[in-house]
Every structure is written in C-alpha cells, then in structure tokens.
Design a protein around this ligand. Structure first.
Ligand code: ADP
Ligand code: MG
Length: 352
C-alpha cells in the first residue's frame, strides 16, 4: 500500500546541511499496522511527511496504492491526498469550533453538502465513540477525546491509509492503550493501512504487525514483528525483550529461548532439567503481548561449554522453540555496532 524507494531528504540552509532521510526503502502492506521506531531526530517525522508529500523528497519515489505521488501534478496530488488521513501528537484542532465542526473541516473543503456533511460527521463521531460530545469545544475535552476528534477528522474523506506522527506521545499510558485499541479496531473494521511513528517500544508491541527501526535518517532494520523476533541479532527484538542480563558467563552456555502462543505455558525448562539432568539457571524472562499474540523470551544458562550442551539444546529446538546462543549474537552485534548492546537495554520505555 505504501512503498518508498531510495527516498532521501536533505535540508539545506546557508550554514549547514542535514540529511534527514538517507536512501529509505519502506514497504507497508495493505491492512497492516506498521510502526517506525527511533530516537528524536532520527528522521521519523520527515519520513511520514514525505509519504503524503507534505514534504517534497530530494530524491526517490513514494507510491501509495500503487500510484507514484512524486510524479503527480499539484492538482492530482491534492485529490490523491484525500485518500491519506493524518493524525498528530498535538491534535491540531480548531479551538473556535466544536467537535462536530472540527470533524467537518475536510468535508467542507471537499465541497460536501451541509446535509451529507451532518450525516457523515454523526457517523464518524459514532465510530470514535464521541457522539455525546458533538457540541463540546476542544478546551472541554481530555487529551484522549481530542485525539479521537483528530482520528474522526482524519477519516472523514474515507482514506485507505492513516498516518500517525506520535499520536499517543502526549497521552498517559491508559489513554494511550485506549487510542491504540481504537486504531486497531478501525483497521479491522475499515481495512485501513496504518503507518505510525513512535519513540515508544510499547506502542510497537501493542498494535504493530510490522516495524522498522530508524537511525540517522536510515532504516537499520525492518520486517514483520514475528520475523524480527526470529532474528537472533535483531535490535528491535532485543528492545522488545530487555533481558538485561549478562550474555557471557564463565564456564556456562548462555542461550535465549523465544516462544509463542501455547508454548508459553509448556514446562519445557523443568522437563529439560529432569530429562537431561542439566543444571538450568534462569537469568531473565519476559512474556509480552505483541500484536495480540503472546510471545516470550527467556535467557538461561547451562553448565559447561556449548559443545557439552548440544543434546539439551537440540531437545529445545525439537520442541519447536527458537534457541539462540547469546555469546555469538552479542559478539556479532558488538562488531557491527558498539552501541547496540547498550541501546538494547537503554531504549526501553524511554524517549529514544
Ligand atoms: P524525528 O521525527 O525522528 O524526531 P525529524 O524528521 O523531525 O526527526 O528530523 C530529522 C532531522 O532533520 C533532524 O536533524 C532535524 O533537525 C532535521 N530537520 C527536520 N525538519 C527540518 C527542516 N524543516 N529544516 C531543517 N532541518 C530539519
Ligand atoms: Mg518527529
């Protein structure tokens, strides 16, 4: 539904030049919720603004629904943009208009008749659970309610794509959860494709089917969340499961076990200890709900070197569990990126 190819954006001023996007290839499938995660200044907002061409890329192409927006005339682009809704961190509501009046703005711009407008606004307010508040003004609403108005307004023209730039960043955790649940519900009911930008891992964990990690204007990792979790060296996966425990222990083999769904309940650790008479030490574990599915990761150590533990590790793999030797992954990460291990621990729950 969304595809960027070799997308670059360079901001030039007299004093300096900033490469905000550097050769970004992004691919968002129809109907998926795709999260872009990164620290402040990584280029996330620039990316999302290039997707609807609020920002003109320096080079590269942007296709939405198979049509190349970068090749369109201004008039054609305006029409095409109606199919792309957008929501913002600070809601961008008109304080002088009530809720219904705010939601009606895009319909007025599109020249929809007063009667049809009233009907559509009522539908939209129902969709976001704000029917009772049609006559309220933004100043009378909570943050979560304001964002619901923003969502209703973004959906007014029946877009197929919704872009969200930090839409929950100004909200408390509970309100964040309710807005994320609403977005997922809207995706399911309307078949929307949602590209959302966030600096919070919890948002990605909460609703994303796929995710990308951005750094310095580049996408350094991307894939479906379940695919990322299967990559032993994935930084996103490590950030999702911050086990925060040593990766190397003298005289022991440290492994990470990744498991999903029904496996979470299976007592494989006790079976392992009993059947192979090995001394198992649990170093850390986390079970998370990722995209509505339970996924867990556990770090354990076994007595002796890897060679001595081939049989128990084989047993775990036979159970369908993903087993990764931590030492190798950590060493490889350290080689490719010295900050990676630290980042994996530091990123969680913080502005990154
Ligand atoms: P994020 O949303 O991830 O915090 P941005 O896309 O806002 O990052 O910014 C990426 C980089 O581009 C930053 O270094 C920022 O200072 C720079 N930048 C963003 N917008 C502009 C602009 N209009 N003019 C100059 N530099 C900009
Ligand atoms: Mg931003």
């Amino acid at each position: 539904m969304i595809r960027t190819t070799a997308l670059s954006k360079v901001y030039r001023s007299r004093e300096r030049q900033v490469t905000a996007l550097d050769d970004v290839d992004l691919h968002v499938r129809e109907g998926e919720i795709f999260g872009v995660l990164g620290r402040s200044g990584a280029g996330k907002s620039t990316l999302i603004r290039c997707v609807n061409l609020l920002e003109r890329p320096t080079s590269g192409t942007v296709e939405v629904g198979g049509r190349d927006l970068t090749a369109m005339s201004a008039g054609r682009l305006r029409a095409e943009r109606r199919g792309i809704g957008m929501i913002f961190q600070h809601f961008n509501l008109l304080s002088s208009r009530d809720v219904a009046g705010n939601v009606a703005v895009p319909l007025e711009i599109a020249g929809v008749s007063r009667q049809a407008r009233a009907r559509r606004v009522a539908e939209l307010l129902d969709l976001v659970g704000l029917s009772e508040h049609a006559k309220a003004y933004p100043a009378q609403l909570s943050g979560g309610q304001k964002q619901r108005v923003g969502i209703a307004r973004a959906l007014a023209a029946e877009p197929r794509v919704l872009l969200s730039d930090e839409a929950t960043s100004a909200l408390d955790p509970e309100t964040t959860r309710s807005i994320l649940a609403l977005l997922r519900d809207l995706r399911d009911r309307l078949g929307l494709t949602i590209l959302l930008i966030t600096h919070e891992m919890d948002v990605v964990k909460g609703i994303c089917d796929s995710a990308a990690l951005m750094e310095g204007g580049r996408i350094v990792e991307s894939g479906t969340v379940s695919e990322l979790l299967s990559r032993p060296r994935s930084r996103l996966a490590r950030e999702m499961f911050p086990l925060g425990t040593p990766g190397v222990l003298e005289g022991r083999t440290v492994i990470d076990i990744t498991f999903r769904g029904e496996e979470t309940a299976r007592p494989f650790i006790s079976t392992l200890a009993r059947t192979y008479n090995v001394d198992v030490n649990v170093l850390g574990a986390a079970v998370e709900s990722v995209g509505g599915k339970q996924i867990g990761r556990m770090r354990i150590s076994l007595d002796g070197a890897f060679e001595n533990n081939v049989v128990p590790i084989g047993y775990l793999r036979e159970q369908g569990l993903q087993v990764d030797l931590v030492e190798e992954a950590a060493a490889a990460a350290a080689e490719s990126d010295t900050d990676a291990a630290e980042a994996g621990v530091a990123l969680v729950g913080k502005e990154i």
